[in-house]
Design a protein. Sequence first.
Length: 196
Amino acid sequence: MILAPVTLENAFVRLDPLEEHHRDPLREAGDDPDLWRFANVNLDNTNFDSWIDHRLTEIAKGADLTWAVFDKASNTYAGSTSYLAHVPVHKRVEIGWTWYARRVWAGPVNPSCKRMLLAHGFETLGLNRIELKADARNQRSRLAMERFGAKFEGIHRAHMIRPDGRLRDTAWFSVIAQEWPAIREGLDARLEALAR
């Protein structure tokens, strides 16, 4: 099971494999310090180039897949999301490094991305488990994960050191293959309601 760049698309968004030409459109979408206050690269939007350089470096290593999220409603790029921490022998991956411009919050962008990334993981790659995590203080992200059906697994205390030197506690969530059909149904219903 190899993570290969792939374009994913539905009625609301298109996920384009991240490339250098996405730098400026994503810089514009991410021009909001609040989007980055829990980030471990580009904390408080102090250096956007460090974030995209990091993502492009990890892609070049073959370790991660990162997508630029194209919002069809506005005909602009609205954020980014990634597959990380891929462990082929155990058939698992993490969805992370996700951020979206505030203008697309509470709409179809995030459920669309999760629907496509989970489907690709379980239905195409044959994964057993998809993990998600967030700074334990990031209530907005935690609620979004719970809302689509990811299961909370606990807090890893002092899990990471942030760029400001603070220790980060990390909240862990997951979806396993057996849960995917019910979660897929819920996401499909949510997206259908948003399409009306």
